[in-house]
Design a binder for this molecule. Structure first.
Ligand code: EPU
Length: 361
């Protein structure tokens, strides 16, 4: 295990802002992760675990402690010859590129993650915020998470119920934040299962075939459809496309109780508008953050110096070239104020903020 010093972090993230790590180590094995964590404990250094860097805003001052880049690879599938319809358990190293795993699962004709195609980042990052898109979330298929428990310095396997999954949250970014380093994720997929086509964008994409009821879309076709849809929204990393210098969705979709939702809907109706909304848990309503942003004076393609909003999706804040973290934070603050003033809702940021005085500015 090699520990490097003063390593710039911006190039390791998709948003490409922020300063350097005081110490940095790239770790390919579980014992190296443990050794690195002990190095940090001995020197009393704050630890930060980096995966694919696709959901991070790094502060311009960087990270004063040790950054661990988890590069544990490997996809194992213990029963490769399962019959169609059977559950198949995949054990995937935290450092595996997420989309490579999805591609692998689809090639193996295993259903459960096909709608999560084209999401940037590493496998180990996906349980943290319970990554979701196009009608699936990783919590639907996660069987367990293998992690280093920093509290007791031992490796544990947390079964799904212990992970506390909710919309964009889990114990890993909630109650037990900072306690575990994810080493491996175990997924239960279904061999020969049908693709999930619940989401409106996908139904639209396959409209003709779904109506004619000829051959239903395959897992591979669903994967390609999701990637195509993501590309149109700037949510697929395409080299040379400035709209991709982002951290994905910058705000969560607000989940409102009945009263607050009715107030909002009435407010919109008084302006002859209708806000896109979806049923959420416990009779709540999830409303579109992108719509709120666009109806508060911030359009797609909005520019604020070196920071801006993607031309393809109002929820993606982008680095237009040489933005500092502070430019991004300035735009985030302006959008939050704008939406609060126009609609009385405080948008909650979605990415992880690293090295800022407060954890979630
Ligand atoms: N909309 C707008 N303006 C836009 C984009 C969308 O008004 O610029 C409205 C549309 O009416 C649309 C609705 O918002 O029907 C929802 O938009 P979309 O389907 O693009 O999904 P989203 O809610 O904005 C969420 C996730 C994405 C995920 C997509 C697809 C969150 C915060 N974001 O976005 O996840 O890819 O659904 O399922 O839940 C991420 O978390 O980083 C992320 C990219």
């Amino acid at each position: 295990m090699t520990i490097q010093e003063n390593v710039p972090l911006a190039p390791l993230t998709t948003l490409q802002v922020g300063g350097a790590a005081r110490y940095y180590a790239e770790l390919r094995r579980e014992d190296e992760v443990r050794e690195a964590a002990q190095f940090a404990t001995r020197r009393d250094l704050p630890l930060f675990v980096l995966g694919g860097g696709s959901n991070l805003v790094i502060a311009d001052s960087g990270w004063p402690g040790l950054v661990l880049k988890i590069a544990i690879g490997g996809i194992t599938c213990p029963r490769p010859n399962d019959a169609p319809g059977n559950a198949v358990l995949f054990s995937v190293g935290a450092g595996v590129n997420w989309d490579d795993f999805v591609a692998h699962a689809v090639v193996q004709n295993c259903a459960g993650v096909e709608c999560l195609s084209g999401i940037p980042g590493s496998v180990g990052g996906t349980p943290v915020q319970n990554v979701g898109a196009y009608g699936q979330e990783v919590a639907d298929t996660i069987e367990s998470v293998r992690a280093l428990d920093l509290k007791d310095d031992r490796i544990v396997v947390l079964p799904k119920p212990a992970c506390g999954f909710r919309y964009r949250s889990s114990i890993f970014n909630g109650a037990a934040r900072g306690r575990y380093i994810i080493l491996q994720v175990n997924f239960r997929l279904r061999r020969g299962g049908a693709p999930s086509l619940k989401y409106a964008d996908l139904q639209k994409h396959f409209a003709e075939r779904l109506v004619q009821e000829t051959t239903p879309p395959s897992l591979a076709e669903t994967r390609e459809a999701v990637r195509a849809i993501r590309r149109t929204k700037g949510m697929l990393i395409v080299r040379g496309d400035d709209d991709c210098r982002s951290a994905g969705s910058f705000f969560k979709n607000p989940v409102l109780g009945e009263g607050q939702f009715q107030d909002l809907a009435a407010r919109a109706a008084s302006k002859a508008l209708e806000i896109p909304s979806y049923p959420a848990l416990d009779a709540q309503h999830k409303v579109s953050a992108a719509w709120l942003v666009e109806h508060s004076g911030f359009s797609k393609g909005y520019a604020a110096g070196a920071a801006g909003i993607s031309h393809k999706h109002a929820l993606a804040l982008i680095n237009r070239g040489d933005a500092k973290a502070n430019d991004i934070i300035g735009l985030k603050d302006a959008i939050q104020r704008g939406v609060q003033d126009a609609w009385g809702i405080l948008l909650e940021p979605e990415p992880v903020f690293v090295g800022f005085d407060v954890n979630a500015p």
